[in-house]
Design a protein around this ligand. Structure first.
Ligand code: PLP
Length: 364
């Protein structure tokens, strides 16, 4: 995806959805703009999500949409973003966006940020005077760590940058500002010829990649750092944990030392963008046999079968876009349409809030 020095970027990939959901309306991609003096640009005041929609035989299916949107709401709550959006409105908006996009698969990006009130601008750090703006965009995204990565694995390094400390920037909130730390980790890795960097937490234990959680296979067991190692409570991580349970594989949350990475039988990343990507070396030390390990392949296979709708998921993980539209007419949260001037149908009854609270939940 990136050249070795990290300067070239992959811009060949995206097919972009030409409409964007904005605060209850669909607008044109070209109209989705912010003022340069917006609070978010200066102080990083955004929270966001990354969600994949997979191509299946039954049409596009969004993977763990409710859990992602619940995490979005949790991130907003942590940052005292006093918005009015409900889980069912955000999920319905995402479904309608995918439908309007015409894409059979895509990556969905909801974002909530502190904007600028142009009539009464406010410029200080205090975020409260600034209005909130919520958008959801989508584009087709290929394999995040490169086309071959899923099969062959990636070469990574341990970063000289630590992950955030729990009482400085909460890693469990998916905030835009956290990704300045991720960018330091990623850039250092790229300029040194690695695909990704793994950050340690402030105590020196393994935390996560710049945009992925990490798993280690050792003596037949699957281990992953706990939330107290300043990780994002990954939804793919939770999916891996649940898949391991189904496959009868022992999986544990454990603090992991850096050196344990070098002598692991297998390592892999999990994440919405990276999906399940094997790690074949760390700091140029070969991990296991130097490719995709057996356990990783087994878990990866189950994961991809589930995302393609070919295997029963441990939970209600796929939202079929076509089925949702057919079975719930008007489930688009009463969105209006500024792309064609046509008003969309009325909103459905509220769904119960499904809390994102599973094995990979908010505490440990
Ligand atoms: C820092 C970080 N950790 C972990 C993950 C994996 O989380 P998820 O599986 O929910 O995408 C991501 C990706 O969103 C991330 O950016």
């Amino acid at each position: 995806m990136f050249s070795k020095d990290g300067k070239a970027k992959d811009i060949a990939t995206p097919r972009i959805c030409d409409v964007v959901w904005h605060d209850g309306e669909f607008i044109k991609w070209d109209d989705a703009r912010v003022h340069v003096m917006s609070h978010v640009l200066h102080y990083g005041s955004s929270i966001f999500e990354g969600i994949r929609c997979y191509a299946t035989k039954r049409g596009p299916a969004i993977f763990r949409l409710k859990e992602h949107m619940q995490r979005f709401l949790n991130s907003a709550k942590i940052y005292r973003m006093d918005h009015t959006w409900k889980l069912d409105q955000l999920t319905a908006a995402s479904v309608e966006l995918v439908e309007r996009s015409g894409l059979d698969q895509c990556y969905i990006r909801p974002i909530l940020f502190r904007s600028l009130d142009e009539a009464r601008p406010a410029f200080g750090v205090n975020p409260f005077p600034n209005p909130l703006a919520c958008y959801i965009g989508a584009w087709d995204w290929g394999k995040y760590l490169g086309d071959e990565a899923i099969e062959k694995g990636v070469d990574v390094c341990v970063s000289t940058w630590n992950r955030l400390t729990p009482n400085s920037m909460p890693a469990m909130a998916k905030s835009g500002a956290n990704y300045m730390n991720s960018q330091l980790i990623k850039m250092e890795a790229l300029v040194n010829g690695f695909a990704e960097g793994i950050a340690l937490d402030d105590r020196g234990y393994v935390s996560e990649g710049s945009g992925e959680n990490i798993f280690m296979v050792s003596n037949g067991m699957v281990l992953t750092p706990p939330l107290s190692s300043s990780i994002l409570a990954g939804i793919t991580r939770d999916s891996v944990i649940q898949i391991c349970h189904e496959l009868g594989i022992t999986v544990k949350e454990r603090s992991i030392q850096r050196a344990a990475l070098y002598v692991a039988d297998e390592l892999f990343f999990s994440g919405t963008a990276a999906e399940i990507t094997p790690i074949r070396s760390v700091d140029r030390i070969t991990v296991g046999a130097g490719g995709r390990g057996e356990m990783t392949e087994k878990i990866q296979k189950a994961f991809f079968e589930i995302t393609k709708g070919e295997r029963k998921a441990p939970g209600d993980w796929l939202t079929y876009v076509n089925a949702t539209k057919k079975s719930q007419p008007g489930n688009n949260g009463n969105q209006s349409d500024k792309t064609s001037g046509v008003s969309a149908p009325a909103k459905s009854a509220e769904e119960p809030v499904l809390k994102y609270q599973t094995a990979a939940s908010i505490t440990d």
